[in-house]
Design a protein. Structure first.
Length: 127
């Protein structure tokens, strides 16, 4: 045994860097294997949770957008805006309707006057 220990000591004294590099490579190999993350498709949560999440999303889409309710799906924002308008300015709707009717009547009168005008007369500055 003492002769074998001396042989090991001499071998180590002759090439210490090679022994260190081999040990360092082994340690870093163990560390790399321990910290390497799994790909997302091999993780347990994605293996079981992915299909369940996709099925839940499909059920939500089917339940939320039934065929009879599709034409009313976009009216939610309009209804909310109408409710807010009614609360904030209740008499503004009547004033707005009166102004629109007045402008329509004036435009209708202008169009009738233009249609009844002589075709030879100048309209809008054009010959």
């Amino acid at each position: 045994e003492p002769e074998l220990a001396i042989a090991r000591l001499l071998l180590h004294a002759r090439a210490p860097a090679e022994l260190m590099m081999a040990r360092e490579d082994a340690v870093w190999g163990d560390v790399e294997a321990g910290i390497t993350p799994l790909p997302w498709w091999r993780r347990r949560a994605m293996l079981w949770g992915g299909p369940a999440l996709a099925a839940a999303a499909a059920v939500v889409l089917v339940v939320m957008l039934r065929p009879g309710e599709r034409e009313h799906a976009g009216s939610g924002a309009a209804d909310l805006l109408e409710q807010q308008f009614a609360v904030l300015a209740p008499e503004a709707r009547a004033v707005l309707a009166k102004d629109v009717d007045g402008h329509r009547g004036r435009l209708r009168g202008d169009l009738i006057a233009m249609a009844q005008a002589d075709a030879r007369s100048v309209q809008g500055g054009a010959p």
